[in-house]
Design a protein around this ligand. Structure first.
Ligand SMILES: Cc1cc2nc3c(=O)[nH]c(=O)nc-3n(C[C@H](O)[C@H](O)[C@H](O)COP(=O)(O)OP(=O)(O)OC[C@H]3O[C@@H](n4cnc5c(N)ncnc54)[C@H](O)[C@@H]3O)c2cc1C
Length: 412
């Protein structure tokens, strides 16, 4: 229990109208004592400094779509909502560069870019309300990974509020960056363990003129794997090549067969040529009805189910799909990134450990992307990783454990 006096100092750090009711900011059924929604980055920095001095724990949050990612929090005193940081700071369409505040939602940003025939080439998330700060802090990816750059590769620079109340910039707003360490990259995938991202600059891309989805059916999952590998090596204008087990295909509205789902994107001539190559390789390939990608993303983003993600060499994708099915999951895999997703209503710790062993024996890893609080406490969601390095970074950038304490790794 945090003493009211210590918390009171946070109230003095910012104008009273940025305080919110803490109800509605619960995480894993724990409500914070205080909640704030600052309007600008200086208020974020002031709140962090006050929290750091008071020794209380702050959880930054944007769209709140991934707050149960990682280990259960060790403590949760203050919710810091980034919704007030919504501005597009600078957009230069001719340079394909964009700088935004971190609370802006990806969909709002994409809408602005679309008006100029451009987009941030990041796999659409399962939820519309994903903030740019949350996107960078979670660094999750879907079917486009391996075909298009990851978010961290599109990030040109960032401004981060540190627990000591400093606003630290790294990188720049243009493609030709200033020199110095790419500190902004350290914050991608760090789940907000080292600072609060308040501004981010990206390289954007022209929208592809044509997109097309094809579903190619095979008789067995192994055949689907061989077909996916062949198509991946054929240099298609592809943005995604995914292998679906039959029950997964059925779950997203397709025929219940082992399936390779391909998304093409590019100039019409390239997409047509790629379509021809796919049909030569698999005469049964057709354009499916419905919204299979959207349904696949929603399955991956299911926050009620247990969801695991393997990272394995592309040649082991089929083996990982079979291992996940053996544990009772419906499963699918993305050939270019070697990511295999297993989804089940629930999993026990022993099953997750067995699947992790399967991945590590093949030089890969396994992350628990969603699961009950009990499961996330029993199994480290991220696995062993570089825990010593991460601990030393935490000691350097958030020595008092003010941010997201315990979420990423033990003691981080
Ligand atoms: C298959 C799949 C693919 C996905 N692909 C994408 C994708 O391409 N693009 C995408 O945007 N999302 C993607 N997502 C969603 C993604 O995993 C997260 O759900 C989402 O990005 C979190 O955003 P949020 O604003 O809801 O963050 P929140 O749920 O509010 O926060 C998530 C974490 O980030 C921290 N955090 C939030 N804001 C900040 C900040 N400003 N600074 C520091 N830390 C912060 C929080 O403390 C917390 O630890 C994908 C999800 C799945 C399942």
């Amino acid at each position: 229990m945090t003493s009211p006096t210590r918390l009171e100092s946070l109230r003095h750090a910012v104008p009273s109208d940025v305080e919110r009711s803490p109800s509605g900011f619960g995480i894993d059924a724990v409500e914070p004592a205080l909640a704030f929604s600052p309007d600008d980055r200086n208020e974020v920095a002031a709140l962090l400094r006050a929290a750091d001095e008071a020794g209380v724990v702050v959880v930054p949050q944007g769209g709140r779509t991934a707050l149960s990612l990682g280990r259960p929090l060790q403590r949760y005193d203050v919710a810091l909502e980034t919704r007030g940081l919504q501005r597009i700071v600078e957009y230069v369409p001719d340079d394909l560069t964009l700088t935004v505040e971190a609370g802006i939602h990806l969909e709002a940003l994409q809408q602005t870019l679309r008006e100029h025939g451009q987009y941030l080439p990041i796999d659409p998330p399962p939820d519309d309300h994903v903030s740019i700060g949350g996107l960078l802090a979670t660094a999750r990816s879907g079917a486009w990974r391996g075909h298009l750059p990851a978010a961290r590769d599109l990030l040109l620079g960032a401004v981060v509020a540190s627990p000591t109340g400093q606003l630290e910039s790294s990188g720049g707003r243009v493609v030709k960056n200033v020199t110095g360490y790419d500190m902004h990259r350290m914050h991608t995938g760090a789940l907000g363990a080292f600072g609060v991202i308040v501004e981010a600059s990206f390289k954007v891309a022209p929208l592809p003129p044509v997109t097309r989805t094809l579903a190619a059916r095979a008789d067995t999952i192994a055949e689907a794997g061989a077909l996916a590998m062949r198509l991946w090596n054929a240099s298609l204008a592809a943005r995604a090549i995914s292998i679906l087990a039959p029950e997964t295909a059925e779950r997203i509205g397709l025929e219940a067969s082992p399936t390779v789902l391909i998304e093409l994107a590019g100039l019409e001539v390239s997409v047509d040529r790629s379509t021809q190559i796919i049909r030569e390789a698999n005469p049964r390939a057709d354009e499916p009805a419905g919204t299979p990608w959207e349904r696949l993303r929603r399955l991956h983003g299911d926050r009620v189910a247990a969801v695991v993600r393997f990272g394995v060499p592309s040649s082991d994708v089929i083996g990982a799909i079979e291992a996940a099915r053996g544990a009772g999951c419906i499963a699918w895999g993305h050939i270019a990134s070697g990511a295999v997703i297993g989804h089940a209503p629930s999993l026990d710790a022993a099953s997750v450990q067995r699947l992790r062993a399967h991945a590590t024996e093949r030089g890969g890893f396994l992350q628990l992307e969603s699961g009950s609080r009990g499961l996330r406490a029993a199994v480290d969601p991220f696995g062993p990783g570089e825990v010593d390095l991460v601990r030393s970074l935490k000691a350097r950038f958030d020595a008092r454990g003010t941010l997201n304490r315990g979420r990423w790794m033990e003691g981080v």
